[in-house]
Design a protein around this ligand. Structure first.
Ligand code: C2E
Ligand code: MG
Ligand code: MG
Ligand code: MG
Length: 279
């Protein structure tokens, strides 16, 4: 529609910009309010060991528990929060709530001592001198073993200030937390960055699993990504597993960990505990 000519085009374009600007301002102030009210909460999606079929941990995924609109997913607000920088505070609240939940589960019998909690963080934190110290203080506040905490960083976000990212990732490794590259395979044109980053886990992006059961090309690409990670001694997590055919491909190529709607959607803490108990 932006192709229509002359004045119209300009009019249309500016109207769109205007709407985007208005959305940004209103969402930004709603997020500010929600941060004050602590309305951001983690949901948990189980991660399953392909071999033993046991739950080895969970990924924490932010949800906005809005007082009027109910539960809102990150697709509705994360882009704005990234733009405004509010993502750092959202992540900080999710980090604390997820760690607190992990510590609470540690008290209840049944949850294994090496149960891992994976938490998404914006790459903005990798440009922040004090991030490692904040993670460290949360871990000691809740008396957790740092190795049960995994931090996921989206591959495509690593491009900005790569040197600084390497430095903070080194510090986090020193602290003993585990690092993961999220949405692997969608970010970089060159893979040489991998040898400079001390990461433990590669999360193969969901787009690579969608057609593995029906397309040979997709299947080979999927297998190639897993082999690449394994040759670098990285743990492979496949996300977005929705059916048995996809799961069988993960087994066939020895992806160690799987996650997806085939096993469970992300659940609130209480529902997750129930799922874990009855699994
Ligand atoms: P992600 O970390 O790659 O998480 C996977 C997304 O795929 C999640 O969406 C999850 O609900 C969804 N998913 C899981 N299994 C399946 C499946 O079998 N099929 C399909 N179609 N989808 C599946 P969600 O929760 O909407 O999160 C979207 C993205 O938002 C995440 O992608 C992550 O990059 C970001 N995000 C989530 N929570 C946080 C957070 O606390 N902080 C930051 N910085 N980013 C977050
Ligand atoms: Mg993730
Ligand atoms: Mg992902
Ligand atoms: Mg993603």
């Amino acid at each position: 529609h932006a192709k229509s000519s002359g004045k119209n085009q300009f009019h249309y374009f500016s109207e769109e910009l205007q709407q985007a600007a208005e959305r940004r301002i209103s969402v930004e102030s709603e997020i500010r309010q929600a941060l004050t009210n602590r309305e951001f909460i983690p949901y948990f999606q189980p991660q399953i060991d392909t071999e033993t079929k046991k739950i080895i941990g969970a990924e924490a995924l932010v949800r906005w528990q809005h007082s009027e609109q109910g539960l809102i997913g990150p697709g509705e607000f994360l882009d704005i929060a990234e733009e405004t920088g509010q993502i750092k505070e959202i992540d900080q609240q999710i980090l604390e709530k997820a760690i607190a939940q992990r510590a609470e589960w540690a008290q209840s019998e049944g949850i294994k001592s090496d149960f891992r909690i994976a938490i998404n963080i914006s790459a903005r934190h990798l440009r922040d001198e004090s991030f490692t110290a904040r993670v460290k203080s949360l871990i000691s506040k809740y008396q957790l073993d740092p190795s049960v905490i995994e931090l996921e960083i989206v591959e495509s976000e690593l491009v900005n200030d790569f040197e600084m990212a390497v430095k903070v990732i080194d510090e986090l490794n020193e602290l003993g937390v585990i690092l993961a590259i999220d949405d692997f395979g969608t970010g970089y044109s060159s893979l040489s960055y991998l040898k400079h980053l001390k990461v433990h886990t590669l999360k193969v992006d969901r787009s690579f699993i969608i057609d593995v059961a029906t397309s040979n090309i997709d299947c080979n690409l999927f297998k190639g990504l897993i082999n690449l990670g394994q040759s670098m001694k990285l743990q492979i997590v496949v996300e977005g597993v929705e059916n048995i055919e996809q799961f069988e491909k993960c087994e066939l190529y020895h992806a160690e960990i799987v996650q997806g709607f085939y096993f469970s959607k992300p659940l609130d803490a209480k529902a997750f505990r129930e799922f874990y108990r009855s699994y």
